[in-house]
Design a protein around this ligand. Structure first.
Ligand code: GLV
Ligand code: MN
Ligand code: MN
Length: 398
């Protein structure tokens, strides 16, 4: 089949006009936001023009379906609150291009998907988690974003687009292309990465509740300061993780909400996220024990009430060997001697989809290893090379 690089790049650039941040090529297109829904409406038109039948499930996962059994390809088109133009978008538009090229060449039937809320406004890869049965829709509906909006309310914004549930048994396998979002391919000078496995993740919110008080009159020894509790918690887990983690283990406190967040008030309440990732489930569990123990110790020491939000997570998964070989053969054809295999430290919809069918993933380099930031970018020659690898792989997978 013949990939049309210009058609692919034109669509990819058009997608970044939805929620364009005005800073570099960055986008602000969180799940269910107005630009996210507008982008999905445009994608639906492009799917139809490609001869695919558009179906949308209750979560807002958008499918462009080929007739009969087909290979599913795609990713997500929602973004982080400050996101790059390629994270997810690349996988959706690459899939669309391969679906079009394969159809034109009389090749294998390819369906396309853009999953909803991969970026976890409400959880962790929420749209594909519900589609795969990892999370029930009823449980997902209870999840709230950092502003306290429940998912149930947010998904009403696109209720008019929903057509019904999409049967996974019509798909033979799932292939997702993505930017690496890390430094490995660039550092090793490789144009293509074939993913071996995807790490596991745990994510939850912790709340410390102390006593809001006057910042001038409350003596230090009488304070129950929620920020001091968060600060002590952070220092202590970094120390206690030391003998448990490996160089590839990561953990992040990425969101902190301090109440009432004013210079002259001792903060009475802190709600914060803690997320940790590793390829070993035993280590993930050990880290959870440390987190809960330290939170209890800090709460007792600082006079805090302690509570936890729901514990979210995904297990590590290995990619399907047969699909991997097809991607490796495609990589060798397009970028001979210029590709490698590597694990993914980022989460992807492929993790959830692997519950239902064989999955594999392909990476292209991220300039300076930057992602989840407006600066995220990839050389266009690498983007096109990746789509060509997909095309070869699809011919081999059949
Ligand atoms: C997905 O974007 C992730 O957080 O890895
Ligand atoms: Mn992504
Ligand atoms: Mn992402």
């Amino acid at each position: 089949m013949q990939i049309n690089a210009e058609r692919f790049l034109t669509d990819l650039h058009h997608l970044r006009t939805f929620g364009a941040s005005g800073i570099g090529k960055g986008v602000v297109r969180p799940a269910y936001s107005e630009p996210d829904v507008a982008a999905r409406r445009w994608l639906a038109q492009r799917f139809e023009q490609a001869g695919l039948r558009v179906e949308v499930d209750a979560m807002g996962n958008f499918f462009g379906l080929a007739e009969g059994p087909s290979l599913l390809m795609g990713s997500h088109s929602d973004s982080q609150p400050e996101g790059g133009w390629l994270d997810g978008a690349l996988g959706v538009i690459a899939a669309l291009e391969v679906a079009r090229a394969s159809r034109e060449a009389g090749g294998p039937a390819v369906s396309v998907v853009s999953f909803q809320d991969e970026e976890g406004r409400f959880g962790v890869t929420t749209g594909s988690a519900v589609w795969s049965g990892h999370l029930t829709l009823a449980d997902a509906d209870q999840l709230m974003d950092h502003a306290g909006i429940p998912l149930y309310t947010a998904r009403l914004t696109m209720a008019d687009l929903v057509t019904g549930s999409i049967d996974p048994s019509q798909f033979t396998a799932f292939v997702e292309m993505h930017i690496e979002q890390g430094p490995t391919l660039e550092a090793t000078g490789n144009q293509i990465g074939v993913v071996t496995d995807i790490v596991g993740i745990r994510d939850m919110k912790i709340t410390f509740e102390g006593q809001q008080n006057h910042a001038g009159t409350t003596p230090m020894h009488l304070r129950r300061d929620a920020f001091q509790a968060v600060s002590a918690f952070n220092a202590e887990i970094n120390e206690r993780f030391r003998n448990v983690v490996t160089p590839s283990t990561v953990w992040t406190i990425g969101h902190v909400s301090l109440h009432p967040n004013a210079s002259s008030i001792v903060p009475g309440k802190a709600v914060f996220s803690i997320q940790w990732r590793d390829g070993d489930v035993t280590r993930l569990a050990r880290m959870e024990e440390i987190i809960r123990t330290v939170a209890e110790e800090v709460a007792a020491e600082h006079g805090m009430a302690l509570s936890y939000g729901p514990m979210l997570g995904l297990e590590p998964v290995a990619m399907d060997p047969r699909l991997r070989v097809a991607l490796e053969q495609g990589a060798e054809k397009v970028a001979s001697g210029n590709w490698c295999t590597l694990p993914s430290g980022a989460l992807h919809d492929a993790t959830n989809v692997s519950r239902m069918m064989p999955v594999a993933m392909l990476f292209v380099p991220s300039i300076n290893g930057v992602s989840h930031a407006f600066e995220e970018d990839t050389d266009e020659a690498d983007l096109v090379a990746g789509v060509q690898v997909l095309a070869h792989a699809v011919e081999l997978i059949g």
